[in-house]
Design a protein around this ligand. Structure first.
Ligand SMILES: NC(=O)c1ccc[n+]([C@@H]2O[C@H](COP(=O)([O-])OP(=O)(O)OC[C@H]3O[C@@H](n4cnc5c(N)ncnc54)[C@H](O)[C@@H]3O)[C@@H](O)[C@H]2O)c1
Length: 258
């Protein structure tokens, strides 16, 4: 019997990358997984492989989220036990990024989590149990050079996860914020030179993120750091913000010089 035998789990953005690794790892532990992705072929392929249920669709918009959760509950035969808000978009640029890019980042990286929690909380509070796993990013604790929409919205996702945890932890709601640095997925491959310089050297495999998530759940840890060194960076940023900003600016100038 696996540690998640019979547990009903929803993973958004699970057609590839970190979400697919989470779906595979949970399924290997006996869970019944609803595999969501905008890419229906990818969702179907991971669902077939894991014995799960494919739920293609947009896990960010208000109607989409509610509909997907209802479909998952029907297909899995009951309320969702663990919701993994994993889908994300790596929007780059600064204030000059188009309004539509900022809006998409806000929708997928933050509001998708808010909307899922809105649907799930009433049932979870009634049962006195529920688990919300937010794939945030180290960019939510620190920043990502060259990507203001991504950094800002990942900070938002972390703030929302913290708020959920502190508000409901005495009522059986468990919340985790997963904050990796680089992970070898299509997303990282698409971040170009900045990603190659900043993230690729210490990048890990999606399976290592999934292992860290399972460990974090077993230990009931809010903050899950697949790259352990991020804890020290987070501490240094809090202790001396100007020193940290000088260091990040050095990185920015290095990128500009290339
Ligand atoms: N790869 C990294 O280096 C890295 C580092 C830190 C955090 N993250 C975060 O991990 C999460 C997963 O990223 P990944 O690297 O596996 O990316 P990925 O691009 O490999 O996979 C993301 C999947 O999400 C799907 N998706 C996007 N928007 C969706 C939506 N609205 N509804 C349903 N599915 C949607 C995509 O179709 C894609 O299959 C993201 O939240 C990302 O920000 C990634």
């Amino acid at each position: 019997m696996g540690a998640h035998q019979g547990v009903r789990i929803f993973v958004s953005g699970a057609g590839r990358g970190i979400g697919a690794a989470l779906a595979r790892r949970f399924a290997a532990e006996g869970a019944r997984v609803a595999v969501n992705d905008l890419d229906s072929d990818a969702a179907k392929s991971v669902a077939d492989e894991t014995g799960g249920v494919a739920l293609p669709g947009d896990a960010a918009g208000e109607d989409g989220v509610a509909g997907l959760i209802a479909q998952a509950e029907a297909a899995l035969g009951g309320g969702i036990d663990i919701y993994c808000a994993n889908a994300g978009v790596p929007t780059g640029g600064g204030p000059d990024a188009p309004e539509a890019d900022w809006a998409l980042a806000w929708d997928v990286n933050v509001m998708a989590h808010v909307r899922a929690a809105r649907v799930l909380l009433p049932g979870w509070l009634e049962r006195g149990e529920g688990r919300f796993v937010a794939t945030v990013s180290a960019a939510g604790l620190l920043t990502m050079v060259g990507a203001a929409p991504y950094s800002v919205t990942k900070h938002g996702a972390l703030a929302f996860a913290e708020w959920l945890s502190l508000t409901y932890r005495h009522r059986g709601i468990h919340v985790h914020a997963v904050c990796p640095q680089g992970v070898r997925t299509d997303m990282l491959a698409g971040t170009g030179e900045t990603g190659q310089l900043v993230l690729a050297p210490t990048a890990i495999e999606p399976e290592q993120v999934a292992d860290a998530v399972l460990d974090g759940i077993a230990d009931e840890r809010f903050l899950i750091l697949p790259h352990a060194e991020v804890a020290a960076y987070y501490g240094a940023r809090a202790a001396d913000p100007d020193r940290w900003l000088d260091g990040m600016n050095k990185l920015q100038r290095k990128l500009e010089g290339r």
